[in-house]
Ligand binder design. Sequence first.
Ligand SMILES: O=C(O)/C=C\C=C/C(=O)O
Ligand SMILES: [Fe+2]
Ligand SMILES: [Fe+3]
Length: 314
Amino acid sequence: MTIRTTQTAEVQELLKKVAGFHVEGGNERVKKIVHRFMSDVFQLIEDFDVTPEEFWSAVYYVGELGKNGEASLLAPGLGMDKYLDIRMDAEDEAAGLAGGTPRTIEGPLYVAGAPLVEGFARMDDGTDVTGQAMLLKGQITDEDGKPLANAIVDVWHADSKGNYSYFDKSQSDFNLRRRIKTDENGRYVAQSITPSGYGCPPEGSTQTLLNQLGRHGQRPAHIHFFISAPGHKHLTTQINLAGDEFTYDDFAFATRDELVVEAHSVEHSADGEKHGVTGPITEVEFNFQLVSTDKAELQARHERKRALEGAAVA
Ligand SMILES: O=C(O)/C=C\C=C/C(=O)O
Ligand SMILES: [Fe+2]
Ligand SMILES: [Fe+3]
């Protein structure tokens, strides 16, 4: 039988003291959030009749999570990154900033400061001999199709074993990570290695919890991007390679239909040969549309939207 105590005066008073309601100073927003959070934790413990052993094993788990540096990996696994994206999409919609290539989650494995290259970029250091060469190209435009020259395509992905440089110390610095400046036609092109999907460390904290939920910790083969250009909204997104077992079963919930791309392997690629790549190569082409943030364009967009809504009502 569940013991009910959360609504007693004693517990309600305890929660107010926990949150610092009874003292001056501190941060009002933090106080309110901590009060709500702890009230919900107390309520959950009561509703599920959580035992002290269960509670302390959770505390131990959080300690291990921090020690393993996996808090930012568990977050996408628990849908946090996706939920924050859903909120940002809704905010963009409300601000008239929706449109262009959809965003998706950044993930925890970005490393700033990758080498900046103009036009063609060789992203891999040539040591991943088991991997297949990949030619990655595309064009950055605004929503009207106007090419955006000098946009920065900040791109990063895993190697053929699903590991990321910097986190995988066996890889050279910034292996498979580059910032590419688009040419006068807004184009970027890179030679790299075709990424494999990523899996959470099997013995790690994230997978330990996912196992309790009967879930896997796999991501499909994917490539991460930050795309930026003056006067346009910064884009954080990824593309998922089609045909991967996990393309539509991503433990981090990042997949969006518009971001699934065919990656066809060819014996010879004219583009590849232009850059000295002979032999089988995977070609991946993805174009990005950025949303303008300049006021005139936003105003015009609002007018168009109002006109459309007006027409719909009439
Ligand atoms: O970067 C990875 O592949 C692993 C982590 C999970 C999320 C993500 O990628 O967005
Ligand atoms: Fe990733
Ligand atoms: Fe523009």
